[in-house]
Design a protein around this ligand. Structure first.
Ligand SMILES: Cc1ncc(COP(=O)(O)O)c(C=O)c1O
Length: 360
């Protein structure tokens, strides 16, 4: 059995830096809402195209607080993906609203904007797209829809730290974008953690209150809040890992291409990378989208604007783009130099014979 993720190997490679970071925090005796957390909030906001980052205790809390901050109330409906980790939907229930499940697009496994449009009712208050497996959902179409109908977008980017769509970083596309630092995520802590990224000052301010007992300053509690803060130790460790994230994301993409080439032709449904979504770290260096970011969300979501012809054409680009997989020359298996597709074919033949079943 090949382990899906080997954190020990990751940590061994970073041991000295991680220990330095942990020692720095222990020596400072600042454990909650200190300089490490603030630095991480700035660094991630910068990387992901947001104006603010607000650390939380987990990705689940980030979703719940973001929903509340954009104004989701009991009785509202919130549209989300039928295919995600359970927290994308349970947090909607925790906010007192009703999740309305919409199916995903084949291939990307992300929310289908055409189906979202059909699911909107007068009670719909927000949309929660999930950027599954590192791929950003069709945010141009979803953003146009949300603007036209006065809906908020809270995007679940738990699996997509550092991704971009149409050359705009992931958090530039929504009112609020949530991250999870669960240890197996592409940016994983050594414990729990999460963050809300937003381009809206009001949303950031509200989440800062809600995560810390509704407190605007020490012992002044202006509203009912919980306790969900990213601690300094996790923030310091995450900052060490964040420096490697661009390389790690590239490596993941290379490995994904390797698997896609090796598994091509088998009766499996594999996720495809569909431009203009891209799991790439950092601000885009080349052509910029004509729409400026920090994103569309800087206009209040209640601003009703008709869908522009430009956005329709960019949507059709998304739909007609072809998969980049498999690459023309499939990589070789590093151990035995056989082509991966040949050893998978051999394995499939063996499995079919020994189990008496057909994989087709
Ligand atoms: C898509 C998605 N949303 C939300 C979460 C919840 O994050 P956390 O476990 O940090 O609460 C996860 C992962 O755990 C996830 O994969």
């Amino acid at each position: 059995m090949i382990p899906q993720i080997d954190l020990k190997r990751q940590h061994d490679a970073l041991r000295a830096e991680l220990m330095d970071a942990a020692t720095r925090v222990l020596d400072s005796c600042r454990f909650i809402l200190g300089p490490e957390g603030q630095a991480l909030e700035r660094e991630l906001a910068d990387l992901c195209g947001a104006r603010h980052g607000v650390g939380t205790g987990s990705g689940t809390d980030a979703l719940l607080l973001a929903l509340k901050a954009v104004g989701v109330r009991p009785g509202d409906e919130v549209i989300t993906s039928a295919f995600s980790f359970v927290a994308s939907a349970t947090t909607i229930v925790m906010a007192g609203a009703t999740p309305v499940f919409v199916d995903v697009e084949p291939g990307t496994f992300n929310l289908d904007p055409a189906r979202v449009e059909r699911a909107i009712t007068p009670r719909t208050r927000a949309i929660v797209p999930v950027h599954l497996y590192g791929q950003v959902a069709a945010m141009d179409a979803l953003g146009d829809l949300a603007r036209a109908r006065g809906l908020a977008i809270v995007a679940d980017a738990a699996q997509a730290v550092g991704a971009s769509y149409a050359d705009r970083p992931v958090a530039a596309w929504a009112d609020a974008t949530t991250l999870s630092f669960y240890p197996t995520k592409n940016l994983g802590a050594c414990g729990d953690g999460g963050m809300v990224l937003t381009t809206r000052d009001d949303v950031a301010e509200r989440i800062r209150l809600l995560r810390d007992h509704g407190s605007s300053r020490k012992y002044t509690h202006v509203e009912l809040g919980g306790c969900s803060r990213l601690d300094e130790l996790q923030a310091a460790l995450l900052r060490v890992k964040l420096k490697r994230l661009p390389d790690w994301n590239e490596r993941r993409r290379a490995i994904a291409r390797h698997y896609a080439a090796a598994l091509a032709g088998l009766p499996l449904v594999l996720p495809v990378e569909r431009p203009p979504a891209r799991q790439r770290c950092g601000r885009p260096s080349g052509r910029r989208s004509r729409r400026p970011w920090p994103g569309w969300a800087s206009a209040p979501p209640s601003t009703t604007r008709a869908r522009s012809p430009r956005s329709r054409s960019s949507r059709s680009r998304t739909r007609t783009a072809t998969s980049r997989w498999p690459p023309r020359s499939p990589p070789r298996c590093c151990a035995c130099r056989a082509s991966p597709s040949s050893w998978i074919r051999r394995w499939t033949r063996w499995w079919t014979r020994s189990s008496g079943r057909s994989p087709r």
